[in-house]
Design a binder for this molecule. Sequence first.
Ligand SMILES: [Ca+2]
Ligand SMILES: [Ca+2]
Length: 160
Amino acid sequence: MNNSGAVEPDEFAKAIEKIGIMIPTKQDLEALFNIYDIDASGGIQYKEFASQLYGRPMTASSSKSAVRGPEELAEAMRQKLVSRGARGFIGLQRQFKIMDDNNSRSLDKFEFSKACADYMLGFTEGEMQKLFNYFDYDKTGLLEFDEFIRAIRGPMNPAR
Ligand SMILES: [Ca+2]
Ligand SMILES: [Ca+2]
């Protein structure tokens, strides 16, 4: 991606996917941001972008001391979905269908981690696992649609 000028969105997605596995350097982020900016033409601030990738404000450290709980991870995904316009039930249903590659009306771990990569949430493998288990309310190893809805909509009306 050094001299061609034109960068495919595909390439960007691939790079992001890679970042899900590795800790990106500042240069990586800047390079990615420049690519992204071509697409989004200035709508995004570098800091926001970086903190989205890291899931927290960038503080130039690769320490993993700040362990995020499942609710925090779910919140990150929730916000991402909202930012993509998946607000209501219909919007969430649409997102779920996109994630559900094999139309099984449930998400397996593969589909789930792919979705996380697509959303550029920057979760680690461990975080993804944690979130998946958190979502998988009945422990079937699959996220059914109702579990997804319940998890994403959050504790809106506590049944008491
Ligand atoms: Ca599926
Ligand atoms: Ca389940």
